[in-house]
Design a protein around this ligand. Structure first.
Ligand SMILES: *Cc1c(COP(=O)(O)O)cnc(C)c1O
Ligand code: SF4
Length: 338
């Protein structure tokens, strides 16, 4: 029986989920341990390979900051709220969010390969009872204005290959759908997820697929991660990346440029740089938009144009993400030329 469980599931079950165990592993000293939040609302979930990348006894490590709960999460801030992007208002079925014309998003599962402390969906009231996507598929079938479905979550790669195969087959059968987009952070934490079986199910899909990963710091993109993504690219599936602008993670010129360089060197296009969604408990990651403009200007002047992501903010009630890039031009007026 156990032989039918894929390797990646075993790896996932070995994620760090107990904070004290992780603190020991990271060799945190007493004063650093006092800054750790031991019972966070959003539980710790960190793959071993990401924990391996964290410097010992270092609270400023960029991987550490993304995944390990700090007491800073308890600092209240009036602008940081449970559902900052108002997902709840756009729920059309238990699992479909339909905010924008032409595309809809399917919250396939609540499970992720890892828990990011700044996740805007950490308080989402995930539907966990309904095992099928019948209601959601019928919503998609009846609205022919929907040309693209985004599989999100949680992380759709948490689903088994058989569930994913069934879902993709059912989506393939919806005539008016042209594209299927997969939003996932799995390859960063558990690249073993991209195994032969998964590649087969992608290859069998008849619609144009887009594969969008989420990496914020160049250290997340090691050789093994890039190798599995290359296997996806070889199937003719574009791989894009989205990042979130995070204080103490990717807010320096060097880090931001190397992230963009590492991506384009692997043929991965930087898609979006998201301004932080003000979710409760994440105010210690906040930066002024000007910082984003400065970083983008730096990338724009050091790297080919396709290496520059679109800087956007999610604003409730808007017909798309709000572009913030245009302010780049205003900003350049103020820049010292050297
Ligand atoms: C961000 C988002 C999308 C995708 O927007 P694009 O600009 O097409 O990447 C779609 N639906 C929802 C609900 C979203 O939050
Ligand atoms: S992988 Fe995505 S959905 Fe999951 S916790 Fe991180 S940001 Fe949230």
């Amino acid at each position: 029986m156990t032989s039918s469980i894929p390797l990646w599931r075993h790896i996932q079950r070995n994620n760090f989920t107990q904070i004290k165990v992780l603190c020991d592993y990271l060799e945190l000293d007493e004063s650093n341990r006092q800054k750790i939040l031991y019972s966070p609302r959003f539980p710790l979930n960190l793959p071993q390979r990401l924990a391996n990348k964290i410097a010992k006894n270092c609270l400023t490590d960029p991987i550490f900051r993304q995944f390990v709960p700090l007491c800073d999460e308890q600092v209240p801030h009036p602008d940081f709220v449970p559902d900052p992007v108002q997902d709840a208002c756009h729920r059309k079925t238990n699992k479909i969010l339909h905010k924008y014309h032409g595309r809809a998003l399917l919250v396939t599962t609540s499970a992720c390969a890892m828990h990011c402390r700044y996740c805007f969906r950490q308080n989402f009231a995930y539907e966990t009872q309904e095992r099928t996507f019948d209601e959601d598929l019928s919503y998609l079938s009846t609205d022919s204005s929907i040309k693209e479905i985004i599989l999100s979550g949680g992380d759709p790669l948490s689903l088994s290959d058989s569930t994913l195969t069934q879902l993709l087959t059912q989506l393939d059968a919806i005539q008016h759908l042209d594209r299927i987009r997969i939003h996932t952070r799995f390859p960063i934490g558990i690249p073993e997820r991209i195994d032969d079986s998964f590649l087969h199910l992608l290859a069998a899909c008849k619609k144009q697929l887009f594969f969008v990963i989420h990496a914020n710091h160049p250290r997340e993109l090691d050789l093994e991660v890039l190798q599995v993504l290359k296997r996806i690219q070889r199937l003719g599936i574009p791989v894009l990346n989205q990042s979130v602008l995070l204080k103490g993670v990717n807010d320096t010129e060097d880090v931001f440029l190397s992230l963009a360089q590492n991506l384009v060197n692997a043929g991965i296009l930087p898609y979006y740089l998201h301004a932080l969604d003000p979710v409760q408990g994440s105010s210690h990651f906040a930066l002024a938009d000007e910082r984003g403009h400065q970083l983008l200007h730096y990338v724009q002047t050091h790297l080919s144009g396709y290496g520059v992501p679109k800087f956007v903010r999610e604003e409730s009630g808007q017909p798309s993400k709000t572009p913030l890039n245009s302010k780049l031009f205003l900003y350049t007026d103020k820049i010292t030329v050297y």
